[in-house]
Design a protein around this ligand. Structure first.
Ligand code: N01
Length: 547
């Protein structure tokens, strides 16, 4: 018998791809406009990043009181964060609480992956198909599929011959993994590796870390939430959130720097770095001076301070030198936050292997072989090797239009968007925190709320003016991409081989993807565009063929 749910397409106003922090807020906000919405989520639960990344030590690197939704004063007052930085289980608990509190689950469909999305130009609607054979028709499509949601294990020869177990940080087993007594290898020393290495080291008989690029990491100085700090923060929540909107990272509480790092004496500068180091956190360190991310000589002072800290913490001088990053300025790759990362290399059961000078050649049945022929016997391998960032999730969906456009083709030379929110040639499709957006360089939930609010306002505007189609002009898109690149080129960011430029994915076009002009500047631009009647966009009323 034919399955009715498959043969009768579901009709919606807005189809949302993903039920992470962005998808959930989109449901709430768009439902508030009286629209019929539904989010489709590949996972068996809501939460996106925080649903999938369950590796040991997974924790947010933005403080809990900041890294949370601001749209409900009651929610932000009532929720109690137990620690300065939220752990993955705690954040997932919070997201589930939000889903229940705002009755969002009734518009979420779990265990469903979107395979294709085709804009039917004549009918003026998106036709979206799932891996379960369902078809959904919707006027608008909101891509809330995440920007670090396509895990990537390098294409190592022999991986399927490995007799032990292997894992990726972003696809961690729900039941957890017990490494007790095992010889474990961790490949990758980005934020995920840096967080898991100290914890795995406590369990494993032996831990071997395979490092290609040393990363800068600062101490998180995590601890239980101080009552007085929480009370003060909550008393000033609305003002603090508003102040955060006026900062480049959408994070409040850090005084705006006023001087160059080169304007003051070395002694004074190092004292300032030391105080930030003791305070913990990455934003305050990078915000020490006006020019740390734009002037190499200034940055050198901040980089060298951290390198010296590493040299002081790691007892073996050779290991310390390997761990001290020298190939990129601090902050130009995502700055890590850790708890006892560098000290972990002083443990007798931990060793560091440099796979820059001697790359991983293949995985064998019993471990891993390097180009030199050196073999490492392992019982388990953990790949903390990152994601096909920013574009991976969207490229996995076959996004097309009946007018012949295909997103994969449009983005062949690198992603093109206007304001990071829309793509020319793909009407009525919105992207949340994708390429061209400052999202990944900010307190992500603030960017999510700003994007979703802007999108909701745009859809509302269309409805109030009897319009039903919006798309950016190719010129506005190309101007924005040029602006994003110009801004990036005026900073030190392009000096690093990072996922910001797709460097971790062999063959990916090297294009700087996030907008690094600052959240404050970006938000002003988005507001201005809307105030000018959606400048750079074409708004129209579609006449249904045959109507
Ligand atoms: O991934 P990454 P991640 N052989 O891409 C190495 C967010 N996040 O999962 O630098 C050997 O940063 C690669 O080496 P290299 C955050 O935005 C946040 O750690 O390419 N090594 C690198 O060391 C973060 O930036 C939080 O030379 C190989 C590592 O794998 C983003 O997610 C926590 C290799 C990948 O690092 C991604 O972080 C976790 C190979 N063939 C993540 N291929 C917090 O909030 C890759 N590598 C705290």
């Amino acid at each position: 018998m034919p399955d009715a749910s498959r043969s009768v397409p579901r009709q919606l106003d807005v189809v949302i791809v993903g039920a992470g922090l962005a998808g959930l807020y989109a449901i709430h906000r768009l439902r508030g406009l009286g629209l019929k919405v539904r989010a489709y989520e590949a996972g068996s639960g809501v939460g996106g990043t925080w649903f999938w990344n369950r590796y040991p030590g997974a924790r947010c690197d933005v403080e809990s009181l900041e890294y949370s939704y601001s749209f409900s004063e009651e929610l932000q007052q009532e929720w109690k964060w137990p620690e300065r930085y939220g752990t993955q289980p705690e954040i997932l608990k919070y997201i589930n609480h939000v889903a229940d509190r705002f009755d969002l689950r009734r518009d979420v469909q779990l265990n469903t992956r979107i395979k294709s999305a085709v804009f039917d130009s004549a009918a003026n609607e998106w036709v979206v198909k799932t891996d379960t054979g369902e078809e959904i028709h919707a006027r608008y499509c909101v891509m809330a599929a995440g920007n670090l949601s396509t895990p990537r294990v390098p294409d190592f020869k022999g991986i399927h011959d490995f007799k032990g177990k292997w894992y990726h940080s972003g696809l961690w087993p729900h039941e957890g993994v017990d490494f007790t007594g095992l010889r474990v290898g961790v490949v990758g020393t980005g934020s995920s590796g840096v967080q898991m290495i100290p914890i795995i080291a406590q369990q494993a008989r032996q831990l071997t870390v395979f490092q290609r690029t040393a990363n800068f990491s600062l101490p998180a100085r995590n601890g239980p939430m101080e009552e007085e700090r929480e009370r003060r923060h909550k008393a000033e929540y609305p003002a603090r959130r508003a102040a955060a909107m006026e900062t480049p990272f959408a994070i409040g509480g850090h005084p705006k720097p006023t001087r160059s790092a080169l304007e003051i004496s070395e002694e004074e500068r190092n004292a300032a770095y030391e105080s930030k180091w003791q305070e913990g956190g990455s934003i305050s360190y990078l915000y020490s001076y006006t020019d740390l991310l734009v002037n190499k000589a200034s940055n050198d002072t901040a980089s060298e301070f951290v390198r010296n800290k590493i040299r002081g913490m790691v007892k073996d001088p050779k290991t310390a030198e390997l761990l001290a990053p020298k190939d990129h300025p601090i902050g130009t790759k995502r700055l890590c936050l850790d708890t006892h990362y560098y000290e972990t290399y002083n443990r007798p059961n931990v060793r560091l292997v440099d796979v820059r000078s001697d790359p991983i050649q293949e995985i064998t049945a019993t471990g891993l072989r390097l180009a030199s022929g050196a073999e490492h016997e392992l019982d388990a391998i953990v790949f903390a090797t990152g994601f096909d960032a920013m574009t991976g999730a969207l490229k996995e969906i076959d996004v097309r239009t009946t007018d012949g456009a295909a997103l994969r083709k449009h983005w062949e030379g690198g992603p093109l968007t206007y304001l990071g929110l829309m793509v020319s040639g793909f009407p009525n499709m919105f992207v949340i925190t994708g390429p061209g957006s400052p999202g990944v360089k900010t307190q992500m939930i603030a960017s999510i709320e700003q994007h979703v609010d802007w999108i909701a306002d745009a859809i509302d505007h269309l409805g109030r003016h009897q319009l039903d189609r919006i798309e950016p002009s190719p010129q506005a898109e190309s101007d924005w991409v040029q602006h994003v690149n110009q801004v990036a080129d005026s900073t030190l960011y392009p000096l690093a081989n990072s996922w910001y430029v797709g460097a971790n994915i062999p063959g990916k076009p090297r294009v700087f993807m996030p907008y690094v002009g600052g959240f404050d500047r970006y938000k002003r631009r988005c507001d201005e565009v809307a105030a000018k009647g959606y400048e750079g966009f074409t708004l129209s009323r579609h006449e249904t063929v045959g109507a």
